[in-house]
Design a protein around this ligand. Structure first.
Ligand SMILES: C[S@@+](CC[C@H](N)C(=O)[O-])C[C@H]1O[C@@H](n2cnc3c(N)ncnc32)[C@H](O)[C@@H]1O
Length: 223
């Protein structure tokens, strides 16, 4: 186990098999049944790239996802907290993950995760209506979005406009089939690129297969 190129992410290489880990903020507590490894008094949670688009992005070679210890992250589409829990490990006790999720049933599971992880703040809201939660978050170092909606790019740009600090990073996971099931994923990805580069600087792009078929990740910076 050794630090990877990505801040706060660890890796282990056995032959051809590489595994990713984050340092467990709440020792002894796995979040979604992931494996836990102990090494020199520290605890590491395995981060499965088939269950997290951010882990898949790192596995596909991204060298900078922008997230640092102490960051404030606005996470849109937090679901039950799989990826948010790893980001919670990355930002640590001095950071925060504001997790926006519009399904009450799913958010309930995130609330259980947040009971232990005090740096996760669940917000029941529609990411399409950023003004509805504007009073609960001020400025974010990172906006991360994974909502699988038809207007994914529009939702992302709105939230970056309201909440992302200048120089902050925006990470957009795009699911091609949610935008248009009939078109080739790469054509959909290119259309999204044209929309987001009007307002943000794209610094990295990764297609996420085979971990996540027909998905890509855009990593952007606010001017
Ligand atoms: C693919 S899942 C997210 C998985 C999560 N990002 C992870 O890696 O652990 C997408 C989630 O976005 C939520 N969602 C979709 N549209 C939304 C919206 N407009 N506002 C808030 N949440 C939304 C869905 O309810 C679902 O839980």
């Amino acid at each position: 186990m050794r630090p990877s190129n990505i801040f706060e992410v660890y890796e282990d290489q056995r032959g051809k098999r590489k595994s990713l880990f984050t340092k467990n903020l709440i020792k002894g507590n796995p979040v979604y049944g992931e494996r836990i490894f102990r090494n020199q008094g520290e605890e590491f949670r395995e981060w499965d790239p088939s269950r997290s688009k951010l882990a898949a992005t790192i596995m596909k070679g991204s060298t900078n996802v922008g997230i640092r210890k102490g960051d404030v992250v606005l996470y849109l589409g937090a679901a039950s907290g799989t990826t948010p829990s790893h980001i919670s490990d990355m930002v640590g006790e001095s950071g925060f993950v504001f997790g926006v999720e519009f399904s009450p049933r799913v958010l309930r599971d995130l609330v259980f995760v947040a009971e232990k992880r005090k740096n996760i703040i669940p917000i029941l809201a529609d990411a399409n209506k950023p003004l509805s939660y504007a009073g609960r978050i001020v400025v974010a170092d990172i906006v991360y979005q994974d909502v699988a909606q038809r207007n994914q790019a529009e939702i992302f740009l709105k939230n970056c406009k309201y909440f992302l600090k200048p120089g902050g990073y925006g990470l957009l996971a795009v699911k091609a089939k949610s935008i248009d099931i009939s078109r080739r994923p790469r054509d959909v990805f290119n259309e999204v690129r044209q929309d987001i580069e009007k307002e943000l600087i794209i610094i990295d792009y990764r297609e996420l297969g085979p971990f996540e078929k027909d998905h890509c990740m855009y990593i952007c910076k606010k001017k």
